[in-house]
Ligand binder design. Structure first.
Ligand code: HEM
Length: 462
């Protein structure tokens, strides 16, 4: 494409993407323009840098994301209990609830606690499920605003500074973010010499290993951005898939009740043993990847292999942006089979006689990249799987179904009428799927939760 005299390549070919992210990692960078668009928000951190600076930030963050740390379930339990209590309250009155809003609060609370040890407690607002009146709502709104600002910059491209000639739009919301982070950060810096306990939070770890306050603040903002909406998106589309596919709900509840019963909190070993749950989450991430589109910039000119396009290698100019869409690539029929657009967690399981479908990602890991591939792979993958699994298990212990609530859905959240005419997946969607930085349901994900009756056996029937 040529937009405002700038060339841009768009690809949905796994072989191209493999080349960009892994095989020739050093020849494709995020680039200076990307850095400039995000700098006022994320500074020069892991997301916005390349080369040695990126390596420094990656090696600084990596030790914190070890398995033991992301498997500390105490605070998942506390925050899950709040989500469940809100849903139970709404369910008892047969009221619909915006699940997306709840999950955004849940992931903001868990991620701030994981990173800072100080939680935003957005789930404690008195009228949850309907609104968001507490003092942290400003923080959440400022964060959303910042994401909108940077997405708009990415969409406008190189000329974005022209649209902010009269001032950097991120300044206002950044003041609100800093007002939350700065006191916590200053306190931690002041006390760091007396920090006798081992690092409990990412902040403990950073103040012990890094001297510069700005580097620490940027690192915290980056992880907050990385961890909050991505996981909320995964949870939102997980419950959407459960509402849309009651057979998957039944199967998943069977596994949950067989493994942990109706009351017991899951352990990391329980989660590891739950094969259908993992398959279910992968299938959600395949059809609804939290980061549906991503971008890199070529450093040198080259030829990209494209066996699927059957056109031979494709010329890739130097200093040109290349956008790759996972949303489209992970739905390609020639890659995933004729049922690519169907929701089928079974395709991730070892099913005798279904050789073609067995663990598709093993055959070619680059056809499934919700957490990215190559050296810049997501550091929070383990944390995200644990967090999402934990909450889903807790929800399925308490609720036996999630039903759509068209009566409560705002108009803007309904799928556009023309989707009904489109052949394939779009015609069965019940919400308006959109993307800013992450995939989300426009106007919210309005569902009603049906409570389980508390006396179910390990094999529930509908
Ligand atoms: C469902 C949840 C998540 C998804 C789908 C996801 C996906 C991704 C993707 C696609 C990238 C690559 C971005 C790029 O370089 O262009 C990434 C990077 C990253 N993610 Fe995640 N992420 C999730 C959750 C998390 C969580 C919970 C954390 C931490 C609390 C996290 C931390 C990071 C970090 C630090 C990077 C930067 C890696 C680097 O550039 O070296 N992510 N993630």
């Amino acid at each position: 494409m040529n937009i405002l005299w700038a060339h841009q390549i768009v690809t949905v070919d796994p072989e191209n993407i493999k080349e960009i992210l892994a095989t020739r990692f050093q020849d494709f960078e995020k680039g200076e323009k990307f850095h400039d668009m995000f700098e006022s928000f994320l500074g020069t951190g892991i997301f916005t840098s390349d080369g040695e600076t990126w390596k420094f930030h990656r090696s600084m963050a990596r030790p914190f994301f070890v398995r033991e740390r992301v498997s500390d379930f105490d605070y998942f339990e506390r925050h899950s209990a709040k989500v469940i209590s809100i849903m139970e309250h709404m369910s008892a009155r047969s009221e619909a609830c915006d699940f997306q809003d709840l999950f955004q609060k849940f992931t903001l609370d868990t991620t701030t606690e994981f990173l800072f040890g100080s939680c935003t407690n957005t789930l404690d607002a008195p009228d949850n499920g309907k609104g968001d009146h507490n003092r942290y709502a400003d923080f959440a709104r400022a964060f959303d605003r910042l994401q909108d600002i940077v997405v708009t910059r990415v969409r406008i491209g190189s000329t974005w500074p022209l649209f902010e000639l009269f001032g950097d739009k991120s300044k206002g919301p950044m003041r609100i973010i800093n007002a939350f982070i700065d006191p916590i950060l200053k306190h931690a810096m002041r006390d760091r010499k007396n920090l006798l306990r081992e690092d409990v939070t990412f902040l403990d770890y950073l103040v012990r290993t890094v001297d510069d306050e700005k580097t620490i603040r940027d690192a915290l903002c980056a992880k907050l951005l990385a961890g909050r909406d991505t996981t909320a998106s995964l949870l939102t589309f997980s419950t959407y898939a459960l509402a849309l596919h009651p057979e998957a709900m039944l199967e998943l509840r069977k596994e949950v009740l067989r493994t942990v019963g109706q009351m017991r909190a899951p352990t990391p070993a329980d989660i590891r043993s739950m094969k259908y749950l993992r398959a279910f989450i992968n299938e959600v991430l395949r059809l609804f990847p939290s980061l549906p589109v991503n971008i890199r910039r070529s450093v040198v000119s080259s030829a990209l292999p494209s066996p699927l396009s059957k056109m031979g290698p494709l010329y890739m100019q130097d200093h040109v942006s290349i956008t790759y869409s996972l949303f489209l690539m992970q739905r390609r029929a020639d890659v995933w089979g004729g049922d690519a657009e169907m929701f089928k967690p079974e395709r991730w399981l070892d099913i005798p006689g279904q050789a073609l479908q067995t663990k598709p990602q093993v055959a070619n890991p680059f056809i499934f990249l919700p957490f990215n591939g190559g050296p810049r792979m997501c550091l929070g993958q383990g944390f995200a799987y644990q967090e999402c699994s934990y909450l889903l298990i807790r929800l399925l212990q308490r609720f036996r179904a999630f039903d759509f609530a068209p009566d409560a859905q705002p108009l803007v959240s309904l799928p556009p009428k023309e989707w009904a005419q489109i052949k394939g997946r779009a015609s069965i969607e019940r919400c308006r799927i959109k993307s800013s930085l992450v995939l989300y349901a426009e106007g919210g994900m309005w569902l009603r939760a049906r409570a389980a009756d508390g006396s179910e056996s390990a094999c529930p029937e509908q």
